[in-house]
Design a protein around this ligand. Structure first.
Ligand SMILES: Nc1nc2c(ncn2[C@@H]2O[C@H](COP(=O)(O)OP(=O)(O)OP(=O)(O)O)[C@@H](O)[C@H]2O)c(=O)[nH]1
Ligand SMILES: [Mg+2]
Length: 448
């Protein structure tokens, strides 16, 4: 979809579809008040076009003689509005028929239906938000977990933009020094001035890039696989984490044959837990495909919990399975610790977490460890990069800076120019390709 035209007046329903106590229709653009005046009559008898900013006005939405609804009208005037334009928000009763009719009246009286994200696009184009903030708006609306919400709220508050500005100012300083060397070659510029800010900028970028995985998981959730031999206690652990019986448990090995998924909140991190079939060599064709599936689920998961039953001896297959899996995404769990153990963590030097699904022992530590392994240490502010665009831009800048550090001055200057251009694109302060804007805003909902 090409970028919509600017400067006209747009309208959309801003609240979610369905029935609610209140629904909102939003108007933005130079004709907002004129359009509003044609469909809304304030109880006071004043005309909408005469209303100042910052008012909440009670009145009637009408279609000619017909009463559509009683409503509140909120007034904003340029530049003090979300979009920076004249904005009206009509709060009607929140039923679909009322909202559809109110929107229809806006369109009939001169507004155009807004495209997805068009209000936020206008906020960006009018300079009210930079692009990183606009993306934070989208993340905030879509946040499914409190950690995602917190990170997006920080992004909206400019915390991320400020970090990018620090990087930009270091790069700009070095670039300026280089220009000075070109202009006054005899004066010379101390090396330290050159190297130090670039190293600092790369350090800041590395810190931000390290948050990208946490950001992705907070926004989209993580996949957590429960794997292990039959009877290891996988389904029991899933049920214990969930707090209700979701998965069938029995003392017959091979109870779980397919896999099953359950949404889980691990200390604020949204997780999809996947209970799998017990992994063993089996002649049963159906069970064998369950085992294959379990292995591939483990390979694709953000983290796998490998359960080892402490009440039965470890077998070579257990160690083989540990060796098969990526250690960065593996957490070995010693299960059934309420029973007497026949092996311990020292046995094969395997670091384990002790858990009993029956008594609940170790569950809290398990939750904390899973959270930490998925999104890092809980302490400090959680400001995460939001999305692929931000990650790939910062990776490009990082490469440019590393190359500049190693290059002769004239080539370094070119790399720094590239880095500055990419940084400007990232915040949206430079020349932005129309496709970039389309790509960002197409993911918004209509009315935002
Ligand atoms: N004492 C004790 N028994 C447990 C614990 N966890 C599971 N069990 C028992 O171990 C047996 C197997 O448990 P499941 O949860 O079905 O094991 P699973 O790994 O899902 O087994 P499959 O689906 O066959 O692969 C059941 O009899 C459970 O009651 C535990 O923490 N303590
Ligand atoms: Mg099971």
């Amino acid at each position: 979809m090409p970028l919509p035209p600017q400067g006209d007046t747009i309208a959309a329903i801003a609240t979610a579809p369905g029935v609610g106590a209140v629904g909102i229709v939003r108007l933005s653009g130079p004709e907002s008040y004129t359009v509003g005046a044609r469909l809304f009559a304030p109880h006071s008898g004043r005309c909408v076009t005469d209303l100042p900013a910052g008012r909440i006005v009670y009145g009637r939405v009408t279609d000619g003689e017909e009463l559509v609804d009683e409503a509140l009208l909120l007034t904003f005037r340029t530049p003090h509005s979300y979009t920076g334009e004249d904005v009206l928000e009509l709060q009607t009763h929140g039923g679909p028929a009322v909202l559809r009719r109110a929107l229809e009246l806006c369109l009939r009286h001169g507004a155009r239906l807004a495209q997805p994200g068009e209000f936020t696009l206008r906020a960006y184009l009018s300079g009210r938000l930079d692009l990183v903030q606009a993306e934070a708006v989208l993340d905030l609306v879509n946040a499914q977990s409190d950690s995602a919400r917190r990170s997006a709220a920080l992004g909206l508050s400019k915390a991320l933009t400020e970090q990018l500005d620090l990087i930009q100012s270091d790069v700009t300083r070095v670039y300026g020094n280089l220009q000075a060397v070109f202009d006054y070659p005899d004066e010379g510029v101390p090396d330290a001035d050159f190297i130090e800010p670039l190293g600092r900028a790369v350090g800041r970028i590395d810190k931000l890039l390290a948050t990208a995985k946490a950001g992705r998981i907070a926004q989209r959730g993580a996949r957590l696989a429960l794997i292990g031999k039959p009877n290891a206690g996988k389904s029991s652990l899933l049920n214990a984490l969930l707090g209700y019986r979701r998965s069938l448990v029995s003392d017959v090995p091979g109870t779980t044959r397919d896999y099953l998924e359950a949404p889980l909140d691990i200390l604020g991190v949204p997780v999809t837990a996947v209970d799998t079939a017990g992994i063993r060599d089996t002649g049963d064709a159906i069970e064998a495909s369950g085992v294959e599936l379990a292995k591939s689920i483990a390979r694709n998961a953000d983290l796998s919990l490998l359960l080892l039953d402490t009440s039965t001896p470890l077998e070579p297959e257990d160690l083989a399975l540990i060796a098969e899996l990526d250690p960065a995404r593996l957490l070995v769990v010693a299960s059934k610790t309420d029973l007497s153990a026949v092996w311990g963590p020292q046995t094969h030097g395997i670091a384990t977490l002790n858990v009993s699904a029956t008594t609940g022992e170790g569950l809290e530590t398990l939750r904390q460890t899973v959270r930490e392994r998925l999104i890092g240490d809980a302490g400090g502010t959680e400001l995460w990069l939001g999305g692929e665009r931000q990650v790939s831009a910062l990776e490009t800048v990082r490469e440019n800076l590393l190359r500049a550090q190693a290059a002769p001055d004239d080539l370094a200057a070119l790399d720094l120019e590239d880095a500055l251009r990419t940084l400007a694109e990232l915040t949206g302060r430079g020349d932005i390709a129309e496709e970039t804007l389309e790509h960002i805003f197409k993911n918004f909902c209509v009315g935002k």
